[in-house]
Design a binder for this molecule. Structure first.
Ligand SMILES: Cc1cc2nc3c(=O)[nH]c(=O)nc-3n(C[C@H](O)[C@H](O)[C@H](O)COP(=O)(O)OP(=O)(O)OC[C@H]3O[C@@H](n4cnc5c(N)ncnc54)[C@H](O)[C@@H]3O)c2cc1C
Length: 485
């Protein structure tokens, strides 16, 4: 077997997080090997955020056209999936081809290796027969894959995950969605608006169970108005497929049928595949446990979904910034301290001394207090920080304020499609917001100001003194502040 090849950094998994880390470290002058077994860019551009939001954009256009009646005359809508599938194929994913993404990485000076990587002892990564020895560190950005719940018979059926749902060219006549979380609801509403008969089955007692109960109610009502059947508190026991369609048998005897079954019941990191035992890290956990600079253990960092800190692209990108700063800091120290010019040569090769560009400085620590999350249903559900129940569980002296959108000036003007609210959760002792939810036609955008308030711990008194533009949706924040008790 060949000797290990000496490089500065190996990044395993070039999804959102890994690609960002690998590209920026390569641009800084390190020798970086990036290993990806599937498509560079990962889930977000090919089967996640980007194509699903294209689908949502199209479905929302249909919904708006249907709101013309009663507001602006009449509109006849004939939904057609063809342009949506074409846009996903041609504009979003290059027919699921990552040539451009690979070139983007190699153009920054990175070395790309296609394959499945495993740790192979301290500092070493194996890809097939090739072994790389990383001088400064290894970054794991291996993401998650869909969880398949242990339902009898399910594994033997041709069920869909998000991948088949995104790749679909011809819509089924009916669809069962197993899982009423963010991804399940977004896709359920899209397909229903294109005429598919959709049924959502959720084991918990409400959809969007991680968010405020008021958000679950508004989202469920909106989907039902689109014709989606929603069944909560239903535990799937058995699934069968007879060649033409699916039957889902639930505890208590209920039975649901459809042409297709979409399983969106959470996602799982597959730590057992990474060779963690060779570096003394427990692979039996759900996610890689990391400290606030994303260290897993000496010389190994993790980034993105695999850390379990929030399965969002913006979390992966945020963490990537910290990892890049920390790896560069380590590299600088190893090279004998800060680079005084900030422009050292980028000629560090496999055997040379590495030059690291970029300014030395304090490495920031990860802080998830103001983590924003948006479910892109119509209405959108935006949330940041803690929900009311999470805050109460932590023993906070909680104050809550809620104001409904339809009774605000803008909501009343907007009329059709104006469902929503703003809910604020404050720490009464500190006099600051620690969480907020914003549901409405622009719920994700209204969230921005609330995220600033939580992030910067803006005193409630200052928020009450602010001027809120009339008649915006975000003026409801002022109403919710007034309603706080
Ligand atoms: C339908 C859907 C919609 C979504 N919508 C949004 C949204 O609107 N907003 C948002 O913020 N987030 C959204 N997400 C979540 C977002 O896609 C993820 O948070 C993001 O992709 C995480 O990036 P990552 O780099 O951690 O992992 P991934 O994107 O999963 O990338 C990990 C990569 O590692 C590779 N890999 C794994 N193991 C190995 C190995 N051993 N060797 C080599 N390569 C390996 C994989 O092939 C993969 O390409 C959505 C997800 C889905 C499924």
């Amino acid at each position: 077997m060949a000797d290990p090849e000496l490089v500065d950094v190996v990044v395993v998994g070039l999804g959102v997080g890994g690609e960002e880390v690998a590209g920026r470290l390569a641009e800084a002058g390190l020798t970086v090997v990036g290993v990806e077994r599937d498509l560079v860019g990962g889930e977000c551009p090919y089967w996640g955020c980007v194509p699903s939001k294209m689908m949502i954009r199209a479905a929302n256009a249909i919904a708006e056209a249907r709101r013309v009646d009663g507001l602006a005359g009449t509109a006849e809508v004939r939904p057609d999936w063809t342009p949506v599938a074409k846009r996903i194929r041609e504009e979003a994913t290059d027919t699921w081809d990552d040539t451009v993404a690979v070139q983007r990485f190699t153009g920054k000076g990175g070395r790309f290796v296609r394959g499945t990587a495993r740790l192979d002892g301290p500092g070493r990564v194996r890809v097939g027969e090739r072994v790389f020895q990383a001088r400064h560190g290894i970054v794991l950005g291996t993401g998650t894959r869909p969880s398949v719940p242990p339902v009898d018979g399910l594994a033997d059926t041709p069920y869909w995950t998000n991948r088949q749902a995104i790749e679909v060219e011809e819509l089924p006549e009916s669809l069962l969605v197993l899982g009423g979380g963010a991804i399940g609801l977004e896709l359920a509403q899209v397909f229903a608006r294109f005429g598919v008969r959709v049924t959502v089955v959720e084991a918990l007692d409400r959809v969007l169970a991680v968010e405020e109960p008021e958000a679950s109610e508004v989202a469920a009502a909106a989907l039902r108005a689109d014709g989606v059947e929603i069944h909560t508190g239903v535990r799937a026991e058995r699934v069968s497929h007879d060649g033409r369609g699916f039957a889902l048998h639930a505890a208590g005897g209920a039975r649901f049928t459809a042409e297709r079954l979409l399983v969106v019941a959470g996602r799982r990191a597959h730590l057992d595949e990474l060779g963690l035992d060779t570096v003394g890290v427990d692979a039996g956990r759900r996610y890689l446990s990391v400290d606030d600079r994303l260290h897993v253990t000496e010389g190994i960092w993790a980034v993105g979904d695999v850390t379990g800190e929030g399965a969002f692209t913006h979390v992966a990108m945020y963490q990537a910034g910290i990892v890049v700063a920390d790896v560069l800091d380590h590299a600088r120290r190893a090279a004998g301290g800060p680079d005084p010019s900030g422009t050292a040569s980028a000629t560090g090769g496999a055997s040379g001394t590495t030059g690291v560009r970029g300014s030395a400085g304090a490495v920031p620590c990860a802080d998830y207090r103001a983590l924003p999350r948006v479910t892109f249903t119509d209405p959108e559900v935006g949330a940041v920080g803690l929900t009311e129940s999470q805050a109460r569980e932590r023993g906070v002296n909680v104050q809550v304020g809620l104001a409904r959108l339809p009774s605000s000036a803008r909501g009343w003007i907007h009329k059709a499609g104006n469902e929503g609210f703003v809910k604020l959760v404050a720490d009464a002792d500190q006099g600051v917001l620690i969480g907020a939810t914003s549901v409405g036609p622009a719920g994700g955008e209204v969230l921005s100001g609330l995220a600033v308030a939580v992030h910067a711990a803006v005193p409630l008194a200052r928020l009450r003194q602010m001027i809120y533009a009339y008649p915006t949706f975000h003026r409801t924040v002022e109403d919710a502040l007034r309603n706080m008790s």
